[in-house]
Design a binder for this molecule. Structure first.
Ligand code: GRF
Length: 219
C-alpha cells in the first residue's frame, strides 16, 4: 500500500509530541516550528509527571497532559488514552521524542503512517532502549540516528532519514549520546516538517521524499 502522510496546503498540521524525560528533542521541534512553517505542536503528552519536558512545554506556552503509564492496566488502554488526548487537541500526527513506551497496534491503526519516532542508532542495528550503550559495547566505528514511521514492531517501521555519527576512541555513552542528540535535533524537525507538508510517501518499507530530500532540507 502507498500512502502520502500529512497534508499539503498552506495551513500547519497539528501534531502531538510524546515525551518521557528531558525533552531536548521536543525543544528542537519547538524552536524550529516557526521557521519551518508546516507543523504546530498542539499538545505535549508525557507518560510520567515531573519531567523536564513538561516544563519546556509550559515555557513555550504549549498545552501538556500527563497520561501516567502506572495508572493503566494494559498497553492497549494506555495507548488509547494517548490517542484520545492527541485527538482531543486536534492532532493529526504523533511524534515520539524520547518517549520510552511502546504503543500498541490500536494506536498505530488510529494514526496510520502518522507516528514518527527518533532512535539513537542506525536501524536495524541496535534497536531498544540501550542503543548507544549497545553500539559502544559492540565496538562499532560508526553509529547514528534514525527517524522512522512507527509500525507494530519496536524500532522497525519505514525509515524517513538517517545520519551517521563517528564513534571516537575515548567515547563513553554520555559523550557519544551527546553528539547523537545534536544530530537528532536537526533531523527530527526536518522529518516532521516533511511529513506535515505531505512530502513523504510510504510504500511498504520505503519512504519516498517528494519535492525535497533529506539532503536538500539540510542546506
Ligand atoms: C533521544 O536520544 C532519543 O533518541 C532517545 O531518547 C533520547 C531522548 O532525549 N529515544 P530527549 O528527552 O529528547 O532529551
Amino acid at each position: 500500500m502507498t500512502t502520502t502522510s500529512g497534508a499539503s496546503g498552506s495551513s500547519r498540521i497539528p501534531i502531538a509530541v510524546l515525551i518521557s524525560g528531558s525533552g531536548s528533542n521536543l525543544q528542537s521541534l519547538v524552536d524550529a516550528q516557526e521557521a519551518l512553517e508546516s507543523y504546530e505542536i498542539v499538545v505535549v503528552i508525557s507518560d510520567r509527571p515531573d519531567v523536564q519536558g513538561l516544563d519546556r512545554a509550559h515555557d513555550a506556552d504549549i498545552a501538556s497532559e500527563v497520561v501516567d503509564w502506572n495508572l493503566f492496566e494494559s498497553r492497549v488502554s494506555f495507548s488509547d488514552a494517548i490517542c484520545d488526548v492527541a485527538e482531543r487537541h486536534g492532532a493529526r500526527g504523533l511524534v515520539l521524542a524520547g518517549f520510552m513506551r511502546i504503543l500498541s497496534s490500536n494506536a498505530i491503526n488510529r494514526f496510520t503512517d502518522a507516528i514518527i519516532n527518533v532512535h539513537p542508532s542506525l536501524l536495524p542495528a541496535f534497536p531498544g532502549a540501550h542503543a548507544v550503550e549497545n553500539a559502544l559495547a559492540y565496538g562499532v566505528a560508526t553509529t547514528g540516528i534514525t527517524v522512522h514511521f512507527v509500525d507494530e514492531q519496536v524500532d522497525h517501521g519505514p525509515i524517513i532519514s538517517q545520519e551517521s555519527v563517528m564513534v571516537r576512541p575515548d567515547d563513553d555513552a554520555a559523550s557519544l549520546h551527546s553528539r547523537i542528540q545534536q544530530v537528532e535535533h536537526h533531523l527530527l524537525p526536518l522529518a516532521v516538517a516533511a511529513f506535515a507538508q505531505g512530502n513523504l510517501t510510504v510504500d511498504g518499507r520505503h519512504v519516498r521524499w517528494g519535492t525535497s530530500t533529506p539532503e536538500t532540507e539540510k542546506r
